[in-house]
Ligand binder design. Structure first.
Ligand code: GTP
Ligand code: MG
Length: 363
């Protein structure tokens, strides 16, 4: 009897323990499979946009390779000067003319020549063959000391934590939309999360064009109806970026002539509204077509008056004979060229590098 009781108790203990272990294992399995909580799931969804998926067409082009047109134009003006032998008063006139033809601008060209002339006198230099290095050094010097970073530091820009807004402005056809497309791919590849704002509501095709770039780089885009207020589209994009905790909003705007006052005023409004919510405008980037030369300079002056331009993006430098505009933008406007467009492809947007640029121009 006692024996039977001991057997029964042992059976209950063994069955009970096995059942407990089985149940615990199943519960552990369930816990592993289930998401920890909703926030984690959301985070996964946002971060999940694979950085490696960005289309990359190949290596970035070099200044040397793409500045052939500007180089041969400048070489054509300067070749004879540099090979003429001894420095004479004519040398200085020819040099000045060459720089002006390359769109360096009259004031800047004169001041470069004066500085080089002084150096030549100081060092007792007599041969024209020594001039290229002196001119290059003088130009590099004038391009030094500018901050070329694209800022995402909203606190430094006087804002609260939230997305940084980069506005792209400029006249028609200079390459604003294309530049945003290229830059979006680049920023995404660098691990930043973005929302594009199709603030060019003037033409339906403009939003289509930006959407194609957004799809190509798999980044988020906010569009409005044709004719909608660009400010409200950009405002919505900032709200979306805030909700998704995105780092940057890149806002496209319609091309406009710098002489149209009402359109220039619209830009000030766009900027104001972009900061009404959680966003802070950290960059207002003026896009200039390098083939327009000195005309680009007068655009820049008027855009800089209307909105607080933080930097220039110089496009189409690949086809331009007027590389000198880079120097004029720095010297005469005090604005840094932050990025340069060297072609139409997704990879053809590069950081501006003064030494590389000057070497490529004078080689
Ligand atoms: N060669 C070359 N072409 C470029 C470059 N950047 C832009 N383009 C071309 O310039 C043309 C105009 O570019 P968009 O980006 O549409 O110019 P946009 O400023 O947005 O024009 P609007 O919206 O009409 O004001 C397109 O054919 C681009 O492919 C560049 O760096 N080099
Ligand atoms: Mg456009």
């Amino acid at each position: 009897m006692l024996f039977a009781l001991i057997i029964a108790i042992a059976a209950v203990v063994i069955i009970g323990t096995s059942a407990y272990v089985l149940l615990r294992d199943r519960r552990d399995d369930l816990v592993v499979d289930a998401p920890a909580d909703d926030t984690a799931l959301d985070d996964v969804a946002v971060e999940d946009v694979a950085v490696d998926d960005v289309v990359v067409d190949g290596p970035r082009p070099s200044f040397r390779e793409r500045l052939a047109t500007a180089r041969s134009a400048l070489g054509g003006y300067l070749g004879a000067v540099f090979s003429s032998g001894r420095i004479s008063s004519e040398t200085w006139d020819d040099l000045e003319e060459a720089l002006i033809r390359a769109d360096v601008g009259v004031t800047t060209a004169t001041s470069i020549i004066d500085a080089v002339r002084e150096k030549v006198a100081e060092d007792g230099i007599e041969e024209t063959a020594e001039l290229p290095e002196l001119i290059k050094a003088e130009i590099v010097d004038r391009l030094a000391g500018f901050d070329r970073d694209l800022s995402v530091d909203v606190v430094a820009a006087g804002g609260e934590p939230g997305p940084a807004v980069w506005l792209f402005v400029g006249v028609n056809g200079v390459g604003k939309t294309t530049t945003i497309g290229k830059l979006a791919a680049r920023e995404k590849a660098d691990g930043r999360s973005l929302v594009l704002a199709a603030g060019d509501t003037f033409r339906a095709a403009a939003a289509e064009q930006l959407t194609m770039w957004a799809e190509r780089s798999e980044v988020d885009i906010v569009r409005g109806a044709e004719g909608a207020d660009p400010s409200s589209v950009i405002f919505d994009a900032v709200e979306r970026a805030g909700a998704r905790r995105a780092d940057i909003v890149m806002a496209d705007t319609a091309g406009r002539l710098q002489t149209k006052t009402n359109l220039m005023e619209e830009l000030s409004k766009v900027r104001r509204v972009a900061e009404k919510g959680v966003g802070t405008v950290t960059e207002t980037l003026l896009v200039i077509d390098a083939t327009t030369g000195q005309n680009g300079m007068s655009q820049a002056t008027q855009f800089a008056d209307a909105v607080d331009v933080t930097g220039v993006i110089l496009t189409k430098l690949d086809g331009s004979a007027k590389g000198g505009i880079v120097i004029a933008i720095h010297s005469e406007l005090g604005l840094p060229v932050k990025l340069v467009g060297l072609g139409e492809g997704i990879n053809d947007l590069v950081d501006f590098d003064a030494t590389e640029f000057v070497d490529a121009l004078f080689e």
